[in-house]
Write a protein that binds this ligand. Structure first.
Ligand code: SF4
Ligand code: SF4
Length: 137
């Protein structure tokens, strides 16, 4: 791919409803806690599952993400890095097949401004900084 088109669609929350986990960096955790006026420790106790190398949001029973409300993400200004960068994830940009398959559930892919692939990869590199253990060789 030499370039991609993308524009997030107003009112869409499809990517918040995909089966999977939402990972957080330590900075994401602190930001989201501040947004909710909680201490980082309290936010972690209520919403986060910590493993040896990763932090992820706990999943409620009936939906994919606790913060997904009818009108969208309730922590939008402080949402985790993977949510903020989607679909500019290295694993999606590095595979045309993955990009096309993701387009089937993201109506923002394929529309909007043309983005040079180098710019898209630069955006995606933030994923590697935020979640280094996920991108180790
Ligand atoms: S699925 Fe795509 S268009 Fe919809 S909210 Fe997510 S990024 Fe935006
Ligand atoms: S944190 Fe917000 S943007 Fe991320 S999955 Fe949950 S509702 Fe969606």
């Amino acid at each position: 791919m030499e370039s991609v088109r993308f524009a997030c669609q107003s009112g869409c929350t499809k990517c918040c409803d995909v089966q999977g986990y939402v990972y957080l960096s330590e900075d994401d955790l602190r930001r989201a806690a501040r947004h909710l006026r909680l201490t980082a420790a309290e936010f972690e106790r209520r919403f986060v599952y910590r493993t040896r190398h990763l932090l992820r949001l706990r999943k409620p029973k009936a939906k994919q993400c606790h913060f997904l409300l009818e009108n969208g993400c309730s922590i939008h200004p402080a949402k985790p890095t993977q949510c903020r960068l989607f679909p500019f994830w290295p694993e999606l940009l590095e595979s045309a097949v993955a990009w096309v398959s993701t387009a089937q559930r993201c109506p923002g892919i394929g529309v909007g401004p043309l983005i040079q692939i180098g710019t898209a990869h630069e955006t995606a590199s933030e994923m590697k900084r935020a979640y280094p253990s996920m991108y180790e060789d």
